[in-house]
Ligand binder design. Structure first.
Ligand code: F6P
Length: 550
């Protein structure tokens, strides 16, 4: 049956209407046990969704909807290695990447775990050689700097995790990330590094991505210029490794098999952090730290697989998203970590959520009857408070927010962490509660003349009723970070399942890539008329050609 005709969907629409005029303050007032019913704990995380504009009935109906969409069976299929990526006829077994000895993940009957564990051992050996100084560059020097060259899923995950775990970084190796084809990215970094002590890691599932291959070629040219006596083969063997699902392409590039790490076709790019794609993380925090991150994610896998609907963190977060997007009409979803170390989490989640679920046809190719992924955005608090929070408080738009905070600081400085947490909790409280006219008046009366009260009153009122979820971690450790990321991964799967879409393909990114390839000649020597483009694009390219030389 069409999603929007399901009994639970229709009942949810009715409940949303019934709640339209009900303020969150009232929802708290009506139900003294609201918080007990609307928070969950698992894998060391606490998730409080009581500040969402949800009633208990709505929550029950959302859970009924999950049942009507056969969610438990779909989760079982995911873990069983069925071809959940239906368009590409592949399983999505990123959970196998964080498996421990004894776990079993099968693809077409074959257990994948032994090769995952063997690959992890290879990564451990590599990290030990780099960190221990036994891996030497072409000039005989030890490696001090590693550049991860990749983009999208081959960049965002490890980049985010390395920053998140900076407090636990081991001394010795500095890990850098270059993703953008803009020369400003690579060139500005190379200017600071010593080629004799630099190793590049080319991370690309396809080994064809334009930006990555251009950056890899330029980085190699820089290495070659600094090592005029080294052969290309020697330079590659000592200064370059790759993580790719195309070992043949890496071999054609000149890399020996020992320098290639596996990236399997049953892992999507944005789900690949847990494989050797996480090499930057392993180099930054050590292989043991990397494995703790895997263990945290594995704990979340087990929770997701086994916990009942009513206690299941990823399912609950997805249902809350669905409620906000499909029944309350929210267009966006802000992610605001009160952790400077998690500042890159919003960017990471943009790819995870929007590349996965930014779809408008279902698995059978029919239009989806409702909106899918929200526009994900956000940045770290407290900075966010001093830029866009004004709009959240008084702009009149519905913007659900995920606040993320840690009970303990990762970089302790006297008094700072309490201030950080106080700000986080104050924002969710203020956004929920708002300030009504009577409260604003009372506050003004204490210090203002009647004339000024009349003038200022409308400006001092806050509507409140802005929904948020707060996710708390005891501390930002590899383990809790792993659990947090896996929580969002599984949330994306749940939402996709209810919408009936495939979260594991991304055909929407292809058209632009094809056109970029087609337009490239027009930015060089080719006659601009020879390349097909709209008059608008012709104008833009013409301008750049005219101004190409200063
Ligand atoms: O932008 C599309 C995309 O295919 C992402 O899904 C992927 O993470 C990124 O490009 C990089 O791809 P690759 O790892 O093949 O270089």
């Amino acid at each position: 049956m069409t999603l929007t005709r399901l009994p639970s969907w229709r009942a949810l629409a009715g409940e949303a209407e019934a709640l339209a005029g009900v303020h969150l303050r009232e929802l708290f007032g009506r139900d003294p046990d609201r918080v007990a019913a609307m928070h969950l704990c698992a894998c060391e995380l606490l998730v409080d969704f009581s500040k969402q504009r949800l009633s208990r009935l709505a929550l029950d109906l959302l859970r009924a909807l999950a049942g009507e969409r056969a969610l438990p069976a779909r989760i079982a299929e995911l873990f069983a290695g069925e071809l959940v990526n239906s368009t590409e006829r592949r399983p999505a077994l990123h959970m196998a990447l964080r498996a421990a000895t004894g776990d079993v993940y099968r693809r077409e009957g074959r257990d994948l775990v032994p090769e995952v564990l063997a690959e992890r051992q290879k990564l451990r050996g590599f990290c030990a050689a780099i960190q221990g100084g036994s891996w030497r560059g072409a000039g005989g020097e030890a490696i001090s700097d590693v550049i991860n060259i990749g983009i999208g899923g081959s960049d965002l995950g490890p980049r985010m995790a390395v920053q998140a775990l900076a407090a636990q970084a081991q001394p010795g190796i500095a890990v850098h990330f270059v993703s953008n084809v803009d020369g400003a990215d690579l060139a500005s970094l190379l200017a600071r590094l010593d080629p004799a002590r630099t190793l590049i890691v080319v991370v690309s599932k396809t080994f064809t991505t334009q930006e990555t291959m251009a950056n890899a070629a330029s980085a190699l040219a820089w290495l070659a210029a600094a090592h005029p006596r080294a052969s290309r083969a020697d330079l590659l063997a000592r200064h370059c490794v790759a993580v790719t699902a195309k070992p043949d392409a890496a071999a054609r590039f000149g890399l020996p098999p020992a320098n290639c790490f596996a990236f399997w076709d049953w892992v999507g790019g944005r789900y690949s952090l847990w494989s050797s794609v996480g090499v930057g993380v392993a180099l930054a925090v050590g292989m043991d730290g990397f494995e703790q991150m895997l263990a945290g994610a594995r704990a979340m896998d087990q929770h997701f697989r086994a916990a009942p609907l009513t206690e299941n963190l990823p399912i609950t977060l997805a249902l809350v998203d669905l409620w906000n997007g499909n029944f309350l009409g929210a267009e966006t979803h802000a992610i605001v970590p009160y952790s400077r170390s998690l500042a890159l989490l919003p960017a990471y989640l943009q790819q995870l959520e929007m590349e996965s679920n930014g779809k408008s046809v279902d698995r059978a190719g029919h239009p989806v009857a409702c909106r899918t992924a929200a526009i994900v955005w956000g940045s770290a608090g407290t900075d966010a408070q001093h830029s866009y929070f004004q709009l959240l408080h008084q702009g009149g738009r519905l913007v659900p927010i995920d606040f993320i905070a840690c009970a303990r600081a990762d970089f302790p400085l006297d008094t700072h962490h309490a201030m950080l947490l106080a700000n986080c909790f104050a924002q969710s409280e203020a956004l929920m509660r708002g300030r009504n006219e009577a409260e604003a008046r009372a506050e003004l009366e204490a210090a203002t003349s009647p004339a000024d009260i009349a003038r200022l009153l409308p400006h001092k009122v806050f509507a409140g009723n802005q929904p948020s979820t707060t996710l708390l971690l005891p501390a930002l450790t590899p383990r809790t970070l792993g659990a947090l990321i896996a929580l969002y991964e599984h949330k994306v799967f749940v939402a996709a399942t209810i919408w009936g879409i495939n979260p594991f393909d991304q055909f929407g990114v292809e058209l632009g890539k094809q056109l970029a390839d087609a337009l490239l000649p027009a930015l060089g020597a080719a006659a601009i008329e020879a390349v097909e483009m709209s008059p608008s694009t012709r104008l833009l390219i013409g301008y750049c050609r005219d101004h190409a030389k200063a």
